[in-house]
Design a binder for this molecule. Sequence first.
Ligand SMILES: Cc1cc2nc3c(=O)[nH]c(=O)nc-3n(C[C@H](O)[C@H](O)[C@H](O)COP(=O)(O)OP(=O)(O)OC[C@H]3O[C@@H](n4cnc5c(N)ncnc54)[C@H](O)[C@@H]3O)c2cc1C
Length: 327
Amino acid sequence: MSVLVLCERRSDGIDEPSLQALAFARALYPGTSVHALACGVAADEVAPLLGAYGVETLHVAEHEVFDTYAPHAVARAAVELAGRLRLHALLAGGSEQGNEVVARVGALLDLPFAANCVAAEAGPPLRVTRVRWGGSLLEEALLHAELALLTVAPHAVAAQETNDGPAAVERFAPALDDADLLVRVRERARAAGGGVTLADAKVVVSAGRGAGSAEGFAPVEELAALLGGAVGCSRAVTMAGWRPHTDQVGQTGTKIAPELYIACGISGATQHMAGCKGAKRILAINTDPDAPILESADYAVIGDLHDVVPAIAAAIRAARNEKAGAE
Ligand SMILES: Cc1cc2nc3c(=O)[nH]c(=O)nc-3n(C[C@H](O)[C@H](O)[C@H](O)COP(=O)(O)OP(=O)(O)OC[C@H]3O[C@@H](n4cnc5c(N)ncnc54)[C@H](O)[C@@H]3O)c2cc1C
């Protein structure tokens, strides 16, 4: 028996949630062969990386549709592969894409699917703990299925290297019909910003309604750039049209896990905190000393963000200039 982990590519290899799903799979079924499925990847580049995270065999599905994201085609390839391997479980990272593809696998195989698991005990039946309602509750459930379909909630476990050699590569061309090719990304619009994504950034500087306007984000952008971080925001901001939805942190936005989260003029509603509770440290900047976010914050500055944020940026610049002068 073995496990299969669906691995999502990104420009420099495989995304972090997939590597976390590999660690989760190895802990759940110790000693079991770990297979990975990746679509449209350069096998020579990805096999050493996945081998280092414990993958024995990398299955590369080949078809021109995999030049882009095509969830139903990926699901069809996964189902074909699952039919050839004797699997305990099929897993993916709990990203939007991971959840979408595994939901499609469940529909194709008529099997139940446990999304966003934070823990699991091998069965049968498999016992899972999973995040529900934007992180406001943990559900314990039993998964009654011969083949368990799971995704792993982001940052439930850390990716773990095994330092094994490159994974063996097996290429295959899945049998896809026209219906499998219908859903696919046709075009990508490049997001404004310096290339650091919200989900991966080590520092995120966010602002909420307290920013006052789209223009009120100028000091927030400046501070994020100084710290090599990404800009985020609350839903009040996206609803007002000040920032795009891609910047929204929260239950219905991006889940982040930076080293430092700087939340400016954000009250700390549960739906917002559901997206940033993975942050290692939170600095809240707020005019209201009773704002709920202060309960979760490690540091707080009570004041107007339009004064405090430029003051922090100025202090960082001064410290850097002083250091450069001393060298
Ligand atoms: C189903 C559902 C899903 C949701 N999903 C999300 C989500 O994904 N993400 C999300 O963020 N929200 C989400 N929300 C909305 C959420 O409930 C809050 O309404 C929202 O987060 C509030 O945004 P805010 O903190 O910017 O605004 P407010 O709650 O209005 O808070 C503004 C804060 O700014 C402070 N402030 C004002 N002026 C200044 C200033 N000059 N300097 C410093 N501080 C100042 C105020 O003291 C206050 O604390 C969701 C709601 C629902 C019902």
